[in-house]
Design a protein around this ligand. Sequence first.
Ligand SMILES: [Cu+2]
Length: 166
Amino acid sequence: MTSRFTLLALPLLLAAGAAQAHDHAPAAADDAPAVVRDCAVDVQGQPGKKFSPSRIEIPATCQNFTVRLIHTGKNSKEKAGHNWVLTTTADIDRVMLDGMAAGPQGDWLVPNDARILAKTPMLGGGETATVTFPVSRLKAGESYTYYCSFPAHAEMMRGTLTLAAK
Ligand SMILES: [Cu+2]
């Protein structure tokens, strides 16, 4: 009985695996890094707790890099604020948890947290902020994550950033 089930189920499992692999292909294409010009990029903080783009690759030739964050929603910063906070991917979860504990007065971040490589202020709907940081802070081959430290956004509202190899 068991072996007969396995024989019948195997083609189904293979087919399911193939379908899954196929479904994943367009998602990977959508997730291509933003094309960066002039060592700067616009990042939208969108309703639905999403960043667009969700991947950034900084050209190795940049000395400084500028992110302009645009909150495209309508809510106030107290109700559904967005900011852009960069750490290594290894540090992100601890930075987030420590920031939650630190409370709202510092935009849900620990003041002067050395793990934070760059950040914008928390914005409300329609607002824009810019941050410029030296690219020498980053290493090629390291994985970085940017996130929004607003509670209930911080776990899902994230993107990845890398520095291109020379
Ligand atoms: Cu947010």
